[in-house]
Structure formats: structure tokens, C-alpha cells
Design a protein around this ligand. Structure first.
Ligand code: ADP
Ligand code: MG
Length: 618
């Protein structure tokens, strides 16, 4: 494909374009490119010479949104309007996150279901996708400012353990920020690319990537064969990182000046000062043997040795993870060719020393550990741009492939740029009780509503035995073979009924059409995602109304008249909000109905379980 891009804002042609690499991190995010002259990857610097943009968003008065260092200043002073660690929430339901027992200072909507989480800021509700898109938008602006050109294409990295939903959420965030996400790549793969591994076709090697960031740790074992990366195993702890180093250090300082845990929890500003000092001390101790500072007339000193024994239990945990990752990959320590260090916290010499001792080899650490992932993403971007001639380019799907779901939404199974051959599958269920058939309509394209995409085929899976809604398990598999032919199979797992169809997605599709479909998805991203979120909220709300009505009907004798009438008005309000097609209003009304039904739902369930037990003989 020709390397000519159209500037979306102005409609003019742009001679040359740069595809950027983006590390969208839990703590920090950044952008890197391949320097047009030196051909080396470099991280983009801001006017104030900083590379890292803290992944923090602050919502001020009058919807004023700030991202980065400026937003960080509000973490303490305006916690409920300051969002951090949003990456942890990507593609997650409330049930996924609540069990972690880690509270966030902002409001994650608790609707006790498997629906995707939303974050409430004032009267508005945001999805993690929308929040991540704000960070990406900021990165895009900064890059455009520095490079003095339009940026429309990127590669974004995600942890190797991210599932399909989390990857799709990251893609959507990119799209919403006005970026075409050419590819989502694994962070350990990116780090290896930054060191030049896997960019030639003739090598085969085993790489361990150890990534210790601000709040997360993971280690991955990769095998590279002929330029293709395989993640053999990944292990780690999504609640372990440099912030924990700060915490143990702050506690240590507090003890030294005779403050108990209770005193510290009351004395918030002192706790804050100690935490900041702890981070400063930690960083200093990465290059010097001791650190001294004054606090309330007391001089405190911490040596590197003391620091190391404080963090030892934390580092031990990461080493255990390395052992587990090796075990899962069925690779022995000795077989590992290279150990790559990633993440700001691997600057701590003790961390490097322990990892190197464990693997019995020196570690690779000469590329800046907090830039290495973004630099690798830039290398990948350059390969996709066709600039890196030595590298093998695989056949890929030019547009996403998926099926229609409730409300006419496009559910992508094979995202665009998937390797060919490849396959993907997902489970669906029925909406109505006793539903005996399910229609499977296959579409191609990047828009959120199927009506804007290209319809490829449609078939029906019939003969599903009568079951309550939600019980059938319809497994849909997309398999695209080396010739680009797509086979779609639907299989109801409980009954075994199945059906399949074959299509040629590329048939009759020109490059120009692909290009214009991509363009349309970017131009309409904002509106598309808005409509999508309204449809999703309405679908959920309708299901909730249905469930509530069924429940009231079934347990009528255990519910008081007041509860019934409160629920009725809750339902009416929710129905009105659905008609109003306003996402925030629907979510607010859903929350309200939840609050009304929750108290009696629990009580009634207890009674019902009691009755059921009475009637049964054991
Ligand atoms: P993430 O991948 O989670 O976004 P980063 O890779 O940017 O995170 O790592 C951030 C962490 O690195 C923070 O806890 C920060 O304190 C720590 N860090 C940064 N520089 C140093 C240093 N010189 N010594 C020790 N830790 C550091
Ligand atoms: Mg990282």
C-alpha cells in the first residue's frame, strides 16, 4: 500500500507519516518513534524535557480535563475526581475487580454483576476505554506538537496476560482518541524488539522478560523463531511494584520518628510527606549508598543495605514468579538465552542482582527500562510501515471480522491486522426463554454498528432445545486459513447442535475501499462509541427490568407494598431514561433501581433458600 496519508483534520495530503509506538502504562505512558535520520528508536520528549506522562486524569470544574504531571497534583487534594491505574480496569467487570480488595480513591460503580465497570465522576459515568482514550489523546497531542505533523497511526502495547476483551478495549481507546491502532503487541515482545531480537529471520532464541513497574509485576518467557514471537508462559502479581517499595520505606521512616500506624493514618500530610521522601530515597539509593534527609528537626538516614533488607520479601515474590514461569513454559533456566529488564523499578540494583543470580546470567539493562517497551513499539511500527526491509511481514487481515450482537452492535472476533492463518472464538447465549434458534450475521469493518460495516454472510443455528434465556452456550469460532478463507462455526455446547459457513472476506474489496472504511471508523469514532455505550446501557437496563419484574412476580408474598411501589417507580424511571437515550441518565436510573431492590433481594433469597432446605430430605 502506498505511504500517502490524508490529514483528517484538514483533508490535505501529508507527504510522509510517522507511525508511533505507545506504551500505555498503569503508572506512566509514553510515545516513541524511529528517528527519520538516525533510524534508531527514540522516546519523544516534552517541552519540559520529560518523557514519561503519568497515567493520571483529573476532572476539574467545567469539565476541564488534565492529564499527566499536572493531574498528579490532584491525587491528594481532589481524590474522587482524579483517576489513576485505569489500565487495571480495562475490559473488567465489577466482579473481577472487587475481589482484589484494593480500594481506589475514586468511585467504581458497584452493581454486583458481570457487566463492565464504569467510573463515576460527579454526575458522569466513564468507561475505562473512555478514560484511557483521554490519556492516548494527550499523548497524541504531545507527539503532534513535538513532531509538527499529524499523527494518526500507532502501535500500542499491552501486558502479555491481557485477554481478548482487554486487548479490544485498548484498541477501542485508541480509536476513540482518533488513532488507527495498526497493532496491539505484547509488552515483553516490544521490549525484546527494542534490543533487536526477532528483527532478523534466521535466529531462534528463548528470552525471559522481567517487568517491574509502579504497581504491577510480570515475567514472560518468549520463544522467537523466524521472527515470530510466542509467549510460552507468563506469571506475576498485578498488585506488586515500586509503589510497594515506597510503602515499606515510608513505614520504616515513620517507625524511626516514632509514629504508629494509627497516628500516621490520622496525620495525612505527614503520611504524604513520608511517601514522597520514600520515593526520593528509593531513587537515590539506585545510584548511591545512603540517603539522608530532615523531617521535623530529626535527621534520618537510610543505607542501601537497610533498603535492600526492607524490600527483600517483595523481591523474593518476583523470583518465585520467575521460577513458576519457567516451570509453566517447561524451559530450564540454563536454556534461557537472554534476560531483559523492563520497568522503572528494575533500576534498583538489588532487583537486577537477584534476577541475575536466579538465572545465572547477566541481565540486559542498557536500554532505559522505562522507555524500552515504547521503543520496541516504535520498532514494530516501523516494520509495519515497511521501512525495515530485513523483517518478515506476515499476511494479515485488512479489516476486523465479527458478528452482530444485541442492538445491532459489531462484536469483533478477529481484529484487523490479525496474522493469517488464525482463529478466534467466543461464547454467546440466548436472550429469550425457550429460544430455539440464533441468527449469526458476519460482518467486516471497523465501525461499532454493523449497519455501517460490510455484511459478509448470515446463517441460523436452529434446533436448540428449550432452555431458559442465558443457559444455552453458543460457541462461535472464526477460523481463517492461509488462503484467507473464513470459516464460521456455531455450536450449542449443551445440546451439540452445530452449523457452519464459509466466506471469502477479501472478495470484491479493493485497497481503496479498505482505506476509506478505516478512515470512516476514525472520523466517526466518537459518535460510534457514544451510540455503542447507549445501546449497551439500554440492553443492560432492559435485562435488569426483566429480571426485577420476574423476581417480584415470583416472590410477591415476601415483598412489602412499599418495596413494590418503590420498585415500580424505579422501573418507570429506568424505562423513561432508556427512551431518552442518555447514557448517564440510564446508568443513574439503573443504580437507583439497584439501590431499591438490593435490600429485599437478599432478604428474599435467604427466605427462599430456607424454604427450599426445609422441603428437602438429606
Ligand atoms: P508502569 O509500567 O507500571 O507504568 P514504570 O515502568 O513507569 O511503570 O515504573 C514506575 C515505577 O518505577 C515507579 O514505582 C517509580 O518509583 C519507579 N522508578 C522510577 N525510577 C526509579 C529509580 N531510579 N529507582 C527505583 N525506582 C524507580
Ligand atoms: Mg510498563
Amino acid at each position: 500500500m502506498a505511504k500517502i496519508a490524508i490529514n483528517i483534520a484538514t483533508g490535505t495530503l501529508q507527504k510522509e507519516e510517522i507511525i508511533v509506538g505507545i506504551d500505555l502504562g498503569t503508572t506512566n505512558s509514553l510515545v516513541a518513534i524511529i528517528h527519520p535520520d538516525t533510524k534508531q528508536p527514540i522516546a519523544l520528549k516534552d517541552i519540559d524535557n520529560t518523557v514519561l506522562v503519568p497515567s493520571i486524569i483529573h476532572f476539574g470544574d467545567n469539565e476541564q480535563i488534565t492529564v499527566g504531571n499536572e493531574a498528579r497534583n490532584y491525587l491528594e487534594s481532589d481524590p474522587s475526581n482524579t483517576i489513576y491505574s485505569v489500565k487495571r480496569l480495562m475490559g473488567k467487570s465489577y466482579n473481577d475487580v472487587k475481589s482484589k480488595g484494593h480500594s481506589l480513591s475514586y468511585n467504581v460503580i458497584d452493581d454486583d454483576t458481570d457487566r463492565l465497570v464504569k467510573i463515576q465522576v460527579g454526575q458522569k459515568f466513564y468507561s475505562p476505554i473512555e478514560l484511557s482514550s483521554l490519556i492516548l489523546k494527550e499523548l497524541k497531542h504531545r507527539a503532534e506538537h513535538v513532531l509538527k505533523m499529524n499523527i494518526s497511526k500507532c502501535v500500542i502495547t499491552v501486558p502479555a496476560y491481557f485477554n481478548d476483551a482487554q486487548r479490544q478495549a485498548t484498541r477501542d481507546a485508541g480509536k476513540l482518541a482518533g488513532l488507527e491502532v495498526l497493532r496491539i503487541i505484547n509488552e515483553p515482545t516490544a521490549a525484546s524488539l527494542a534490543y533487536g531480537f526477532g528483527t532478523r529471520n534466521d535466529e531462534s532464541s528463548l528470552i525471559a522478560v522481567y517487568d517491574l513497574g509502579g504497581g504491577t509485576f510480570d515475567v514472560s518467557i518468549l520463544r522467537i523463531t523466524d521472527g515470530i514471537f510466542d509467549v510460552l508462559s507468563t506469571n506475576g502479581d498485578t498488585y506488586l511494584g515500586g509503589d510497594d517499595f515506597d510503602r515499606v520505606l515510608a513505614t520504616y521512616f515513620a517507625e524511626k520518628i516514632g509514629l504508629t500506624h494509627e497516628e500516621l493514618s490520622i496525620h495525612k500530610s505527614m503520611a504524604q510527606t513520608l511517601r514522597l521522601k520514600a520515593e526520593e530515597a528509593k531513587k537515590q539509593l539506585s545510584t548511591q549508598d545512603q540517603f539522608t534527609f530532615q523531617i521535623d528537626d530529626t535527621e534520618l538516614t537510610i543505607t542501601k543495605n537497610e533498603f535492600e533488607s526492607l524490600i527483600k520479601p517483595l523481591v523474593d515474590k518476583t523470583i518465585d514468579s520467575c521460577a513458576n514461569a519457567l516451570k509453566d513454559s517447561e524451559i530450564s533456566k540454563a536454556e534461557i538465552d537472554v534476560i531483559v529488564m523492563v520497568g522503572g523499578s528494575t533500576r534498583v540494583p538489588y532487583v537486577k542482582q537477584r534476577v541475575s543470580e536466579f538465572f545465572g546470567k547477566p541481565v540486559y539493562d542498557n536500554v532505559n527500562p522505562d522507555e524500552v517497551v515504547a521503543l520496541g513499539a516504535a520498532v514494530q511500527a516501523d516494520i509495519l510501515a515497511g521501512n525495515n526491509k530485513d523483517t518478515l511481514l506476515l499476511d494479515i487481515t485488512p479489516l476486523s471480522l465479527g458478528i452482530e450482537t444485541m442492538g445491532g452492535l459489531m462484536d469483533v472476533l478477529l481484529p484487523r491486522n490479525s496474522k493469517i492463518p488464525s482463529k478466534a472464538g467466543r461464547q454467546y447465549t440466548t436472550q429469550r426463554d425457550g429460544q430455539s434458534g440464533i441468527n449469526i450475521a458476519i460482518y467486516q469493518g471497523e465501525r461499532d454498528l454493523v449497519k455501517d460495516n460490510r455484511r459478509l454472510a448470515e446463517f441460523a443455528l436452529t434446533g436448540i432445545p428449550a432452555m431458559p434465556a442465558g443457559l444455552p452456550k453458543v460457541d462461535i469460532q472464526f477460523v481463517i486459513d492461509a488462503d484467507g478463507i473464513l470459516q464460521v462455526k456455531a455450536n450449542e455446547l449443551r445440546s451439540g447442535v452445530s452449523q457452519s459457513i464459509e466466506v471469502k472476506p477479501q472478495y470484491g474489496l479493493t485497497d481503496a475501499e479498505v482505506e476509506s472504511m478505516l478512515m470512516a471508523s476514525i472520523v466517526n469514532a466518537k459518535e460510534d462509541i457514544k451510540i455503542r455505550s447507549i445501546i449497551e446501557a439500554s440492553t443492560e437496563a432492559e435485562q435488569m427490568i426483566q429480571l426485577t419484574e420476574n423476581f417480584m412476580h415470583k416472590h410477591a408474598q415476601h415483598i412489602t407494598e412499599e418495596e413494590k411501589s418503590a420498585t415500580q417507580s424505579g422501573i418507570v424511571a429506568l424505562q423513561q431514561s432508556i427512551e431518552a437515550k442518555d447514557k448517564d441518565q440510564i446508568l443513574t436510573a439503573t443504580e437507583k433501581l439497584n439501590e431499591v431492590t438490593r435490600p429485599y433481594a437478599e432478604r428474599v433469597m435467604d427466605v427462599a433458600i430456607g424454604e427450599a432446605l426445609k422441603g428437602s430430605t438429606i
